[in-house]
Design a binder for this molecule. Sequence first.
Ligand SMILES: *Cc1c(COP(=O)(O)O)cnc(C)c1O
Length: 339
Amino acid sequence: MGTIDWANLSFGYLKTDFNVRSYFKDGKWSTPTESSSETIELHMAATCLHYGQEAFEGLKAFRGKDGKIRIFRMRENSLRMQSSCRGIMMQELPNEVFEESVLKAVKLNEKFVPPYESGAALYIRPLLIGISPQVGVKPSSEYLFVVFVTPVGPYFKEGFKPTPLVIFRSFDRAAPLGTGTYKIGGNYAASLTAGHKAHEMGYSAVLYLDPKEKKYIDEGGPANFFAIKNNTYITPESTSILPSITNNSLMQLAEDLGMKVERRPIPEDELGSFEEAGICGTAAVISPVERIDDLEENKSYSFVKNGQAGPVSTLLYNKLRAIQYGDEPDTHNWVTILE
Ligand SMILES: *Cc1c(COP(=O)(O)O)cnc(C)c1O
């Protein structure tokens, strides 16, 4: 284990020792059990392979200065996976099974939780799939829940660096009343083409507009959008965005700091009036937005002076990281300390 270069890990897959699995069969979930295999044997007619019955989560465990391992907002991730299950007719996973599996997966791979000083973390990936064979379009009767973990590096190796986003009017990620509010693989398949095009053009992500009117800001690829103006934290309200737990946490922290918080439709026209903008999610906490280009409309909005993130984004970022690593008190009970 002396061989992992913690500070230079990327956001990729690195093999760990164990994953944890539970099956839903005959009306009940099996006790979460460890496995050292990286593969899953599946029936070729499994519903996850044909009809997209797949949901996932993403959360992190952090090692503190005190050596303790903290898992951030595990219950929220469990509740969101239950919502995804209702969204695509999969068997809902009980919180107890979710939480027991996550705790077990982290515990069994404790040596892969990066040291405090590295700024890295252990990424936890729960996933749920329909596994029974169907050829007709029907939900599966059997399910597999897996939790694996992988250490991931500090997202901002060169510091907390602002990045550019692009608006494409020719792509949507989700339909107005579709599955955009669920964390499912299908939404990601639908976003790969646009994401690839954005990367090729030098942007870090696509900023999606609302798919109905193409007038309001939805979210930035796999991350929610927020902006700061007049001591107010503003984030979109929409029927096609994923409820980010990071965004929810930042809203609370903004309120704690005495800021106003608004969740409402944000017309693209308003972008020009924002002092700061960012996208947020578990991977990076906050990626400050340098500028947003709307190529088809020939518009560009800039949020950064001297290449630096704004003061409010920086403050929120540091505050949330401090809670995650145990440097500041966990006043909202967001953290589960591994026993
Ligand atoms: C996971 C995800 C996010 C971020 O959610 P967090 O809970 O903050 O990690 C945002 N948008 C989409 C589409 C996502 O899948």
